[in-house]
Design a binder for this molecule. Sequence first.
Ligand code: ACG
Length: 428
Amino acid sequence: MIVYEVFVRSFRDLNGDGIGDLRGILDSLDYLEDLGADVLWLTPIFPSPSYHGYDVTDYFNVNPLYGSLDYFKEFMENVHERGFKLILDLPLNHTSSLHRWFLERPEYYIWADDKTDINQRRGWDGAFVWHPSDRGYYYGLFGSCMPDLNYSNPEVVERALEIVRFWTAMGVDGFRFDAAKHIYDDHDKNIEFWRKVSYEIRSMNTDAILVAEVWDSPDVNLEYSRILGYTFNFHVFGSLKKSVIESNPWSLKSALEETQDLLVYSFNFISNHDVNRIASDIPDERRRLMAFSLLLSLPGVPVLYYGDELGLPGVYDPSFPEDVVEPFPWYETLCGVGQTRWKSVRFSKPFHGFSVEYQSAHENSFLKKVKELLSFRKENEWIEKARLEDLKIEGSKLSYRLAGKEELDFVHDFLNLTTIVNGMSLIR
Ligand code: ACG
């Protein structure tokens, strides 16, 4: 599998409103196939008042800006016919504050009582988690527009199971479970919840691809992967980048050791919609190719973030996260059929050589070089489930053997920025 994360609103627009849509995605399958992707992860496609869609107002429908429920079925059949799989991004931890449940079913949400410390802050950045309303304070880990669901209420658990049954019955191939570790404030209860969800889905589709978004320690990640099948490997993500940036293999080596048991259950990535784009963290093209070559030389499932294959820059600002979800540049002019234009661009400027149009026409483009790395991975799909052996460092070189159906010896030189596989250079 090679997963491609599509930020739906920004990818390809076919109805001419400047906002990406499902028809647009269908229309881009030639491009994605040519790239080498075979699994599409769509950021939330449900009705939502926000640009990102993580605050859902109806879990049983499709955002009218992206298509309709009827069209979704047609879309999915076409996607399947073309040999792609489809993963939906599903935020179950919270809804939108505009979801009718929030008005009609207060018992589905979490309300402060006399003992609650309403000044409680979020662990990682100090944001407030209790929000005032005319019905009292409610809990919303991701802000006041996104009240958390109360999973201590068995009815809410049943609602979540209904949602996964609905989409699984329709034929989607899997889910990315957003904010998976936040369902309860208790690790064991979370695990129990995801066990139920996983059981429900797998009783309908044994091959479902289920991936938990859990930004936590390797042992916690491992538990989620055991239940669901996959988790994102945040450890390899951070360390891979650090090693490439610092020309020092030690950080990646430790992450690979720490997540040894997790590797084949990992979704590996070098950027996504919550962090800086890789081109902003690693502006030098050669060095960035090194990051791609590592991503594609590890056991687990590689995930590409839309636009990274073009070298799009983008710096993640938590108070303005839109800079990493800019319109995918099909054309140098940033206008034409298919081009999304829902926001102005700060990074993916016109006439900067970022576009598919430009890079497809130039032999030495970043896109072409990334494609070569991807085709190596495509030819060696067994890597996904390979054992990683003989991991060692000599000076600036990290070497290991991948063993599975075949065997390959890798030497990644972090100083000279080369990857040698069985004596052959991988990066052009
Ligand atoms: C998901 C989505 C994200 C989405 C939401 C809400 C959740 O990917 O796009 O936001 O639906 C936390 C959550 C994640 C969440 C991110 C944004 N992502 O756990 O589920 O926030 C620490 C914490 C993590 C935390 C991370 C954030 O532990 O829990 O993630 O910080 O930076 C080391 C440590 C590790 C530490 C990291 C980083 O690796 O080991 O523990 O993680 O350093 O410091 C949506 C939109 C957003 C919008 C939001 C309201 O996409 O744009 O702002 O909604």
